[in-house]
Design a protein around this ligand. Structure first.
Ligand code: SF4
Ligand code: SF4
Length: 328
């Protein structure tokens, strides 16, 4: 167990369920670990794809502080890409446990994230979630509990039964399995290097906010960079099966499909948030689900290289002018 107080910070993206994990950790502490527990989240614009933080505090005494956690004992990062966009590693100490969801190897993660000294726990959470037909946050809940080191797996299962079992009894079994796999398969690596200190920036809106209040992180309508919104999937387009019916274009909420003279030229994936509604609606299976990072080398504007596109008029550099409604 810990000495007096134990603090957890979760860095995630709106839509990934980090807030729920925060609440589950709060319930775990208060009900099953017999501790004083606190859990709250901080949202930016509350839009799917925007950065989200969740804070959890355990204490053996009354908790009288209600501030964001600057120097966590455990930091969980639900999507590795956040490291490149936000200072999510801020405030971690040498003995901090850092749990990262990624399909990359340990070396690749350390290089990509320039991770300072810590106990690094790595898990391919999405893979486990897919295999068990569960959600990523439940796998991460398991990995976090393992990294905490003082929680019995059975107490975690009780929380899942309380939270998932009551609301979604049919998916309880798969969630319990995903949780257990997350708990058992997260791998620990020790990192020791000089690149040790990351300064924590106070979260004061009027000080930190960029000029004009624009949120320039991913998942916003200013840069239209929706890659942060995706939970790991993209649609893949198979031209040979396409009958140019236009259903995908009228279904897609982000105008990803590019039509010209009634012909589907493909997708501008830079704007795709991975909801896969187009895959559901396509009558000929010309659109299929593909795992992000496996099916494409480059997930931004790949089809804009199509010679039939008028680059100035489509994609991020201009208004998208869809003509699919002319398709007879
Ligand atoms: S819904 Fe499918 S078949 Fe119809 S235009 Fe889109 S990709 Fe082609
Ligand atoms: S998954 Fe399909 S419907 Fe959803 S944003 Fe991407 S292209 Fe559009």
């Amino acid at each position: 167990m810990f000495k007096n107080i134990y603090e957890i910070r979760i860095e995630s993206i709106g839509g990934f369920g980090a807030n729920l994990v925060g609440k589950m950790l709060g319930e775990l502490g208060a009900i099953y670990l017999n501790l004083e527990a606190q859990s709250f989240a901080s949202y930016g614009s509350e839009k799917r794809g925007s950065p989200v933080k969740s804070y959890i505090r355990y204490s053996k005494n009354e908790i009288r502080v209600n501030a964001p956690i600057k120097e966590p004992d455990l930091l969980a990062i639900f999507k590795l890409d956040l490291i490149e966009k936000e200072n999510v590693l801020a405030g971690i100490k040498k003995d901090c446990s850092v749990v990262i969801n990624s399909s990359l190897s340990f070396d690749e993660i350390v290089e990509k994230g320039k991770i300072p000294s810590c106990n690094l726990y790595v898990i391919d959470g999405l893979k486990i979630a897919i295999e068990n037909k569960a959600r990523l946050n439940i796998v991460m809940f398991g990995a976090i509990l393992k990294a905490m080191g003082f929680v019995d797996i059975k107490d975690g299962e009780k929380v899942i039964k309380d939270v998932v079992g009551k609301k979604y009894p049919k998916s309880l079994e798969s969630n319990l399995k995903a949780f257990k796999t997350g708990f058992e398969s997260v791998k620990l690596y020790k990192i020791e290097n000089e690149n040790c200190v990351r300064e924590y920036k106070e979260l004061r809106g009027y000080v930190n906010c960029e000029i004009g209040g624009v949120n320039s992180s991913f998942g916003n309508s200013i840069t239209n960079d929706l890659q942060g919104c995706r939970e790991g999937f993209l649609p893949k387009y198979i031209r040979e099966k396409c009958i140019d019916c236009g259903f995908c274009d009228s279904t897609c909420p982000d105008m990803v499909f590019q039509f010209k003279n009634g012909v589907n030229l493909g997708m501008d994936l830079y704007h795709c948030k991975g909801c896969l509604r187009c895959v559901e609606i396509c009558p000929t299976n010309a659109l299929v689900e593909a795992k992000e990072g496996e099916s494409y080398d480059n997930i931004g504007n790949i089809y804009l290289l199509n010679k039939d596109f008028d680059f100035d008029k489509v994609g991020e550099s201009g208004w998208i002018d869809s003509e699919s409604y002319n398709n007879n």
